[in-house]
Design a protein around this ligand. Structure first.
Ligand SMILES: [Zn+2]
Length: 331
């Protein structure tokens, strides 16, 4: 078993360790202890470097093995027995911690307000999602949850880690109990708001989550999927939304909040213009048909005409009008 330093301290960025085993010619590395978080529980792995004999080697992936060991994928070989200095990518970890703890707050808010349990969590490159066990979620409900989650963030409630035996944990009314567990459970306690078992990395107080912004809500097979962003991702997303809206508003020379009304107006105008255009096209086709029929010689009359600038709709209209007069069309 690898000693997981992040279990006690999610803010540990630098550590010392020893290489206890390797595979793949030294590129798969097992340490006696590590602060690197492996991909698990919906949270993505850390990146960083291991420095061995003065040489920095990038860690490109970290995996959680079933036997409790953590596997580090190294960009260059590292020898067994080496003393290494580990350093994890702090910005990436902070982002993951914000998204992941934000998910705890959000899941608890969905339970408290509407009794909708979270059945799964996914952390993506740009946004995260949770799947809720529910038959539906209205936009008004989502906004209430978003508000409560952000109030909990604004209250800056302490988030603590503690280890308790399974039997004791059962009595504590946890939001989520892991399906199989041996030994003590690691509980994440958001003061007076949420208590759950989790092996991930979390903030020290909810204020560090920064903010939670709910995004797309969609029906999925087992319930409802809610997309969200936390912390700096929320800032980046809001910035991108605002830039997009500003660009759209400039096209209409309007305020950003008037964009939907302007779009509705434009769509209605385009629809009306389409109708007028179709009527004019019909009239033009009638004129062409009359002229072509008058010019066509022979029996049966054969019309051969090439329209390089007209679209298929016009040709179809024209053909129909000519056929109505029981004439054949030539290609
Ligand atoms: Zn967690």
């Amino acid at each position: 078993m690898t000693e997981r330093l992040y279990y006690q301290d999610c803010y540990l960025r630098e550590f010392r360790a020893q290489v206890v085993e390797t595979a793949d010619a030294g590129r798969r590395v097992y340490l006696d202890r590590t602060a690197f978080y492996p991909t698990s529980g919906g949270q993505v792995h850390d990146l960083g470097v291991l420095t061995a004999s003065g040489k920095e080697i990038a860690i490109t992936e970290v995996a959680d093995e079933e036997d409790g060991r953590i596997l580090h994928f190294a960009a260059a070989p590292i020898a067994v027995g080496s003393q290494v200095h580990g350093s994890i990518d702090a910005a990436r970890r902070r982002d993951h911690v914000q998204q992941h703890t934000g998910q705890h707050v959000l899941s608890a808010a969905f339970i408290q307000l509407f009794n909708m349990p979270t059945v799964s969590f996914h952390m993506g490159e740009e946004s995260c999602t949770i799947d809720l066990e529910t038959s539906g979620l209205s936009s008004a409900q989502a906004q209430k949850v978003e508000l409560l989650a952000n109030e909990v963030i604004a209250e800056d409630r302490p988030v603590s880690i503690r280890f308790v035996p399974l039997e004791e944990a059962r009595k504590l009314g946890l939001r989520k109990l892991p399906p199989k567990q041996t030994g003590d459970l690691r509980l994440i306690d958001i003061t007076n708001f949420d208590l759950t078992a989790c092996g991930g990395t979390h903030v020290r107080a909810t204020g560090q989550i920064g903010s939670i912004l709910l995004r797309k809500i969609e029906k999925v097979k087992q319930g409802v999927r809610v997309e969200f962003v936390c912390g700096l991702r929320a800032v980046n997303t809001a910035r991108r939304d605002y830039t997009t809206l500003t660009e759209a508003a400039a096209l209409y020379s309007s305020h950003i909040y008037d964009v939907p009304e302007q779009v509705r107006k434009s769509l209605a105008e385009a629809k009306a213009a389409g109708k007028t255009q179709h009527k004019l096209l019909e009239e033009l086709a009638e004129l062409y048909a009359e002229r072509l029929l008058a010019q066509a010689a022979g029996s049966p009359q054969i019309i051969t005409q090439f329209f390089p600038d007209r679209d298929a709709l016009f040709i179809k209209l024209l053909a129909q009008l000519v056929i109505v007069g029981n004439f054949q069309i030539g290609a």
